[in-house]
Design a protein around this ligand. Sequence first.
Ligand code: OAD
Length: 257
Amino acid sequence: MERSNLAGPRPAEPLAGLADRLRTARRISVLTGAGISAASGVPTFRGEDGLWRQYRPEELATARAFERDPALLWEWYGWRRETIARCSPNAAHDVLARWSRGGDRTTVVTQNVDDLHLKADTERLVRLHGSIWELSCSIGCCAEGRSGWRDERVPMPGVPRCRHCDAPARPAVVWFGEMLAEADLRAAVQATACDVFLTVGTSSVVYPAAGLVEQAHANGAFTAEINAEATPATVVVDLAIHAPAEVVLPEIDRLLL
Ligand code: OAD
């Protein structure tokens, strides 16, 4: 594994090598996590200012917590929605969106629920953990209630109700202990059959997303990590670049020209 740190001497070579691989790749897959949205102002979960330092995931990100106190959960999600509503895609989202629009060779798989990849007009986006801007019925009353609907109200007036059965509605995000949507997981696994796999802005600790880079590596892809710090994926990838995504991705994009 090669290491590179943009804070030190300029590592033109590893980036140029990666750009060469991207230029000739028939299929490129990118897995993103909260770090890609950090420069947009969306708090990450782990790391120095991570949300999970102040809050306990099991109190705020589980179906049980919702059943116990839907109003508390909606207060937390309402706060996150207000924060995210003020955020715009940054240079890293923009580069990936541009790659996704230049033919169909690039797939972006994200763990983020902020929809900033969508806002940047990313095509073929797989949203593994759902969207904070979509709601679904907490009791799964009918097919439509289960599949969810978009609701971008900010602030959210109290606990929203299911538009079909009037039960409390929940954010259509994947909570701890819940399964990912089958179609999304299938699409993410399919994306590991690629020539280059990038893992960007993720601590690589939450499965099954964290396993995708290993799977891509096993499938013969060239794998690279772009993250502010080392993660469990660092020892798996062919190239680790520990620097901000909003700096590294535009740099690679320039080398592609
Ligand atoms: P984390 O908060 O766990 O990790 C974010 C990573 O991004 C950290 O390793 C940071 O060092 C890094 N980082 C911060 N700023 C960065 C920048 N500007 N450029 C590059 N990297 C940066 O977020 P995720 O890995 O996405 O799950 O977390 C995975 C899942 O855990 C989330 O989807 C969420 C959470 O609990 C659910 O909600 C189901």
